[in-house]
Design a protein around this ligand. Structure first.
Ligand SMILES: [Zn+2]
Length: 241
């Protein structure tokens, strides 16, 4: 990729900056804000071209941290369903089943834990194994250029390696859904002290659809200004916005 970047025509780069500006388009956690490199919207590895339509400026940090993850709809469409622990196999799954098409992959932390035959209260090492399986599936689907819908269910918006995962989802414009039946319902369901502790922790994160919607409105306005919401030239798989 490094060699590729150096070969971009300086005239194309100048036109990119003139058209879209020199601010970093990605805004991933840790962004420095200033465009230092040329970033392909449709990754070079997916056949993305060195054109003004396909290049935006990005800071070094974001360009490296994005890797080849695609913006929502420029490949797979990622639907991230965030739900409190007790709703993982109830409301969240019901919601996904009501919205997915037959054949859409569903990646759920709980389903993975069950597939691994983990006990009700898994050890830290076991939890970590499930988290890694979830992340491995995420990493693969995030770079998939096939226009498929993928439904990913999880309870938290951060991980040890990605403490600001939620911000990454917003930056890449994933469809983020918060399925929350309410504290009372969750509290009632939690039968053990451990379960009640997890419920308290989850509600302490203050995750809500209203918060997601506000962040997405802001992000989508930026993407529209950057020509990334109505650009029909780049890929045929682009969804209707
Ligand atoms: Zn940046």
């Amino acid at each position: 990729m490094m060699a590729r970047r150096q070969t971009i025509d300086p005239l194309v780069r100048a036109k990119v900056i003139e058209t879209w500006g020199n601010a970093c388009w990605l805004r991933l956690p840790g962004c420095t804000g200033v465009g230092e490199e040329d970033d392909h919207i449709v990754p070079y590895a997916h056949g993305g071209m060195d054109t003004v339509a396909n290049i935006r400026r990005a800071c070094k940090h974001c360009n490296a941290s994005r890797q080849d993850r695609v913006l929502y709809g420029y490949g797979a469409r990622l639907h991230i369903v965030v739900t409190p622990p007790g709703s993982c196999d109830r409301e969240a799954v019901e919601w996904v089943e009501a919205h997915r098409q037959q054949g859409d992959p569903v990646v759920s932390w709980l389903a993975l834990a069950r597939a691994m035959r983990l006990p009700e209260s898994p050890s830290m090492a076991q939890r970590r194994a499930v988290a890694m399986a979830w992340s491995a599936a995420y990493r693969q689907f995030a770079i998939t250029q096939e226009p498929i819908d993928v439904w990913m269910i999880r309870t938290t918006t951060s991980s040890r390696r990605h403490p600001r995962m939620f911000d990454e989802w917003i930056s890449l414009d994933y469809d983020v859904r918060v399925i929350d039946p309410g504290f009372e319902v969750e509290w009632e369901r939690a039968e053990t002290e451990q379960a009640k502790r997890l419920v308290r922790q989850w509600y302490g994160l203050h995750i809500s659809q209203a918060l997601v919607d506000a962040r997405q409105r802001e992000r989508r306005a930026t993407l529209a200004r950057l020509g990334l919401r109505s650009d029909r030239v780049t890929v045929a798989s682009r969804p209707e916005w």
